[in-house]
Each structure stands twice: as structure tokens, then as C-alpha cells.
Write a protein that binds this ligand. Structure first.
Ligand SMILES: [Zn+2]
Ligand SMILES: [Zn+2]
Length: 146
């Protein structure tokens, strides 16, 4: 689990004004540990702080994403999910058969950013990608059933 106080310090140094509600939201996200949607963070926060609005959670997570404290990705679950940025970017393989999410090392993508920048002069943000497909188990079970 990430240390919320550390992240709050980081956010403050990057120019974010840390209000009480923002601190509560970031702590909740750290407690959830891993990917969390606005919905999940909000329901966690609401348990102890029912006064915090969903829109405040949404805006705070967006701000933290803009400061690159959090990264945002779409894992195909119908909502964006946020996660604390660690020292190395990480990515995911998302199975469209069973919904399983596996981690994928950044080494698979490190060269893509350089190549795209070289060829298009486009600076890509490659800190949290989801790649969709079928896991081995799902391919095998589909193979058996026809
Ligand atoms: Zn992730
Ligand atoms: Zn699968």
C-alpha cells in the first residue's frame, strides 16, 4: 500500500492545495490499494465522511492525475480507474473472456514511446496501459467448445 502522507507531500510540492477533503480522498484511495474507480473511492470515503460529494472525489482524482501522482486507465469495466504512480510505469493484460487482469512490465512498451517520438514528434504518456485480448485459459476453453 502506498503511503498517503508521502503522496500528500508530493502533491503539495507540485502545487496542489491540500484541503481536508482532498487528504481524505487520497487516504481512501491508498487504503483501497490498487485500481479504484471514482465510485469505489467515493463509497469508501462516504463511510466515515458522508459530507464529501462524489463530484469532489472526481475532481480531486483528476487533479492528482494531472500532477502525475495518480495514473488513469480504462480496464474495460465501464469506468476509468485510478492508481498511485509507482517508480516504474506498469500496464495490464485484460482478458475479455473472464475479466482477469494481469500485470505487464513496462519493458514491453519502453521502446514504443521512443519510436513514436522519433517518427511523429509526439510525446506519448505511457504510464498505464490496458491491452485487451483472451488469456490462455479462455483460448483453451473456447478451443474445446468449438
Ligand atoms: Zn494498474
Ligand atoms: Zn480469460
Amino acid at each position: 500500500m502506498s503511503d498517503p502522507e508521502l503522496l500528500l507531500g508530493q502533491a503539495r510540492r507540485r502545487g496542489l492545495r491540500i484541503t481536508e477533503q482532498r487528504a481524505i480522498i487520497l487516504r481512501a484511495l491508498c487504503e483501497l490499494d490498487g485500481h479504484a474507480s471514482v465510485e469505489r473511492v467515493h463509497s469508501r470515503v462516504a463511510r466515515e465522511h458522508p459530507g464529501v460529494a462524489r463530484s469532489t472525489v472526481y475532481r480531486t482524482l483528476e487533479k492528482l492525475r494531472d500532477l502525475r501522482i495518480l495514473s488513469q486507465t480504462d480496464l474495460g469495466r465501464g469506468c476509468d480507474e485510478y492508481e498511485v504512480v509507482t517508480h516504474l510505469p506498469h500496464h495490464h493484460l485484460v482478458c475479455q473472456g473472464c475479466g482477469r487482469v494481469a500485470d505487464l512490465d513496462h519493458a514491453y512498451f519502453a521502446f514504443v514511446g521512443d519510436a513514436v517520438c522519433r517518427d511523429f514528434g509526439f510525446k506519448v504518456v505511457l504510464d498505464h496501459l490496458a491491452i485487451f485480448g483472451l488469456c490462455r485459459e479462455c483460448q483453451e476453453s473456447r478451443g474445446r467448445s468449438g
